[in-house]
Design a protein. Structure first.
Ligand SMILES: *[C@@H]1O[C@H](CO)[C@@H](O)[C@H](O)[C@H]1NC(C)=O
Ligand SMILES: *[C@@H]1O[C@H](CO)[C@@H](O)[C@H](O)[C@H]1NC(C)=O
Ligand SMILES: *[C@@H]1O[C@H](CO)[C@@H](O)[C@H](O)[C@H]1NC(C)=O
Length: 320
């Protein structure tokens, strides 16, 4: 029998961090399945090198380069770039069945039993329960399904501009066809849902299996103090603090050392506060999370807070 695999997608270095932690969490909970990551062309060599060490298979997906129907779909619908990359998971035909998980999910328990379910199994979306959330779903790789999906994309686009719209359109009988394809609440533990449905969380929280960090702020948008084991920044109510902490504990202890090894002498910001010791006398006008975000967007404040002088000062203070 062909093997089975968990599959995720990393489109840039931020999401690559998520993918690294997701794989570590799957291994920590002793999955017996293979781990596969699809990477887009914008992921750095260093991130790819680390992904190679953590995943069984790293597959580069460059839709613009694929020269097939995916390329054609991309020409017609350039807005669907990331979606088309995600749909590539159906081409993993050397696996008999797979579970796709977004890179902003974290596994807090073994979930191999998901492979007992059939395509397309998914949890209801918190916003609109007749639709499924495409953050976690069970599927069967198939070149035939893949080309039908591409055709669907080209003809119909996506009603929400992303993969959730395409998949709900294509698998449109999900809400009525077969109730075993509806995953229960424990696979549907979005961090927003935990807050909104606190009573339900109190009842089911101990059984949580997957946490999905929905919303703007992702775990890697924060900073972390490894000594005190505290997440810094405006920890919004939307992100359940204990799961956020769990993400950071895995990331800082198991992923960050691997990233530093790959980056060597080149600058790399892990998000852990030890990287750059905070200056004690100069209060920071921007939160470090905001600064980090700007930095990641290539908008470091080189004339001000991130100027060489300031960094030098911090290093001096740190070395003293
Ligand atoms: C990384 O990719 C995700 C989608 O895959 C996107 O939402 C996010 O804005 C990207 N982040 C950066 C810093 O480019
Ligand atoms: C699906 O297509 C890929 C790429 O064209 C090919 O390598 C693979 O063997 C195909 N799988 C099957 C089961 O035909
Ligand atoms: C999935 O989560 C939403 C809240 O986020 C909830 O309303 C819905 O009932 C859940 N689905 C199932 C099958 O438990």
């Amino acid at each position: 029998m062909a093997e089975q695999a968990f599959v995720t997608l990393a489109t840039n270095d931020s999401y690559a961090k998520g993918a690294m932690v997701l794989a570590k969490s799957l291994r920590k909970h002793k999955t017996s399945k293979k781990l596969v990551v699809l990477v887009g062309p914008h992921v750095s060599d260093q991130s790819r090198a680390v992904l190679h060490k953590i995943y069984d298979e790293v597959r580069l997906v460059d839709v613009m380069d694929s020269g097939d129907t995916a390329h054609l779909a991309m020409m017609k619908r350039p807005d669907l770039g990331v979606t088309l990359t995600k749909l590539h998971c159906w081409t993993l035909t050397h696996y008999s069945k797979c579970v796709f998980m977004d890179a902003d999910t974290l596994v807090v328990s073994n979930i191999d039993e998901l492979f007992d379910r059939e395509e397309l199994s998914a949890a209801p979306d918190p916003g609109w329960p007749d639709f499924f959330n495409s953050g976690v779903f069970v599927f069967r790789p198939s070149n035939e399904t893949y080309s039908k999906l591409l055709q669907y994309c080209t003809e119909h686009g996506s009603f929400d501009g992303g993969d959730q719209g395409v998949l709900n359109g294509f698998f449109s009988d999900w809400s009525t066809a077969d109730i075993t394809k509806h995953l229960p609440f424990i696979y549907n533990m979005s961090s927003i849902a935990i807050y909104t449905y606190l009573p339900a969380f109190k009842q089911y929280g101990a059984n949580a299996k997957v946490v999905h960090f929905l919303g703007q702020m992702k775990p890697w948008s924060y900073t972390y103090d490894p000594k005190q084991r505290r997440v810094r920044g405006d920890v919004q109510e939307a992100s359940h603090p204990s799961f956020l902490l769990e993400w950071w504990a895995l990331y800082s202890s198991e992923v960050v050392p691997m990233l530093f090894r790959e980056y060597g002498d080149q600058p790399f910001h892990s998000g852990c506060e030890e990287d750059v010791a905070p200056s004690q006398d100069a209060p920071l006008p921007m939160s470090s999370a905001e600064r980090k975000q700007k930095w990641e967007q290539g908008q470091a404040d080189y004339m001000g807070i991130d100027s060489f002088d300031n960094i030098q000062k911090k290093l001096d203070a740190f070395l003293k």
